[in-house]
Design a protein around this ligand. Structure first.
Ligand SMILES: Nc1ncnc2c1ncn2[C@@H]1O[C@H](COP(=O)(O)OP(=O)(O)O)[C@@H](O)[C@H]1O
Ligand SMILES: [Mg+2]
Length: 323
C-alpha cells in the first residue's frame, strides 16, 4: 500500500506525450510511483523497464516536473524544508546538539573510533523512529543496512522495552539488509524505493557506509573509482531523504591507530566525498566508562564545536547524570 503523499505512476499518462503502454512497462518493472522514478538514474530506468532512451528521458522529465526536485524556487525550498521532521535520539543533550534531533531530508554522519557508540545510536534510532510524533518519533519503519554484521535485534528489543514500546512490533518494523560487499550495498540502496514506499520507511541507516569501499579499493590507483562510487551512493541516499522526507544516518570510522598508507589518523575515512555529501557530521569520542561525547563538525546550520555528553546503558542512549 502506498502512503497518501506518493503519486501513482498513472499520473504521468498524457504528460510529455506518454502513453498507457509506457506506463504499463514502468509498472511491470516495479515503478509504481512517480517518486520511485525520480530517485532512479536514467540508465537504470532504461535497463529495468526496457523502454527506449527517448521515452525514458521523457518519463524522467515528466516525473521530475511533478516532484519538483530539480529547479524550484527558494520559497518552494523553504516550504519543503518546513516539512522536515526531527527524530529523537533518546538523549536530550544529544537532541539539543543536533538542533532538536536527527532531521529528515538530510544525511547525518556519525564518526568515531571502534566502541564510540555509532552502532548503539543507530539501533536506538531504529526504535525511537517508531515512537509517536509527540514523543519525538517519526511513526515510521526503518531500513537498516548492516555492512559489518553488528546489528543486534536483542539489543533493539531491550531499547524498545526501555522506551515503553511493544518490542516485537518494533522489530517487525525494521527491515534489515546485510550488505556483503560494496556492490551489494549499492544495489540495496538503488533498489530500496519500493521497500521505502510499501513500509513507510522514515529512517535509513547504513552502518558503516565506508568500510566495504575501504576494504575493496586498496591503493592509490583505485582511489578515484572508489570515491566516484561512494559519491553516487551517498547522493542516492540524499535523494531518498529529500524525496521521501526521511532521515538518513550513516556511520564512518576513524582509526585510532592507522595502519593504512594514505589515511590521516585524525581524519574520518571517505575523504572529501563524505564531507561534501553529509549534511551534518557528528564526531563521537569515548569518555570514562559508559560516557561518550559528541561534537558537531562542519555543519551548514548547526553551531560547530559544541559538545554533548551521553551515556550508553542497558536501555540504550540516555542523558548522563548531572554533575
Ligand atoms: N547492553 C549494553 N549496556 C550498556 N552498554 C552497552 C551495551 N551494549 C553495548 N554497550 C556499549 O556500547 C559500546 C559499543 O558501542 P558501538 O556502538 O558498538 O561502537 P561502534 O562505534 O564501534 O559502533 C560498548 O563498548 C559498550 O560500552
Ligand atoms: Mg559499529
Amino acid at each position: 500500500m502506498f502512503r497518501s503523499e506518493l503519486q501513482p505512476v498513472d499520473v504521468l499518462k498524457g504528460v510529455n506525450g506518454l502513453g498507457g503502454s509506457t506506463i504499463n512497462r514502468l509498472k511491470k518493472a516495479g515503478f509504481h510511483t512517480v517518486e520511485s522514478i525520480v530517485v532512479t538514474p536514467l540508465r537504470e530506468l532504461i535497463q529495468k523497464s526496457g523502454i527506449g532512451d527517448d521515452t525514458a528521458e521523457r518519463v524522467l522529465d515528466a516525473a521530475r516536473s511533478l516532484v519538483s526536485v530539480d529547479f524550484i524556487t527558494a520559497k518552494e525550498l523553504y516550504e519543503q524544508r518546513k516539512n522536515a521532521m526531527k527524530l529523537t535520539t533518546g538523549c536530550k543533550a544529544l537532541d539539543e546538539l543536533l538542533g532538536g534531533g536527527v532531521e529528515t531530508q538530510a544525511i547525518i554522519e556519525l564518526i568515531g573510533e571502534y566502541g564510540a557508540g555509532k552502532s548503539q545510536i543507530c539501533m536506538m534510532l531504529s526504535a525511537t523512529c517508531q515512537l509517536p510524533k509527540e514523543r519525538g518519533g517519526l511513526e515510521g519503519s526503518v531500513l537498516f543496512i548492516d555492512t559489518e554484521g553488528t546489528f543486534s535485534p536483542k539489543r533493539v528489543y531491550a531499547m524498545a522495552q526501555g522506551l515503553g514500546l511493544d518490542p516485537e512490533q518494533v522489530l517487525n518494523n525494521i527491515i534489515y539488509a546485510r550488505a556483503y560487499n560494496s556492490d551489494h550495498q549499492i544495489l540495496i540502496v538503488d533498489n530500496c524505493s519500493r521497500v521505502v514506499e510499501e513500509h513507510g520507511v522514515k529512517l535509513i541507516v547504513v552502518d558503516s557506509v565506508v568500510s566495504h569501499f575501504r576494504g575493496e579499493y586498496v591503493g592509490r590507483e583505485n582511489l578515484a573509482e572508489r570515491q566516484q562510487k561512494l559519491n553516487m551512493h551517498l547522493h542516492k541516499l540524499l535523494r531518498l531523504a529529500e524525496v521521501y522526507n526521511l532521515a538518513v544516518v550513516v556511520t564512518n570510522q576513524v582509526l585510532a591507530n592507522p595502519q593504512a598508507f594514505f589515511s590521516d589518523p585524525n581524519r574520518p575515512a571517505g575523504g572529501n566525498v563524505l564531507a561534501h555529501a553529509s549534511t551534518h557530521r557528528v564526531l563521537l569520542r569515548k569518555k570514562k566508562g559508559n560516557l561518550r561525547q559528541a561534537t558537531v563538525i562542519d555543519s551548514p546550520s548547526l553551531p560547530s564545536d559544541r559538545t554533548a555528553v551521553f551515556m550508553i546503558t542497558s536501555r540504550g542512549i540516555e542523558d548522563a547524570p548531572e554533575g
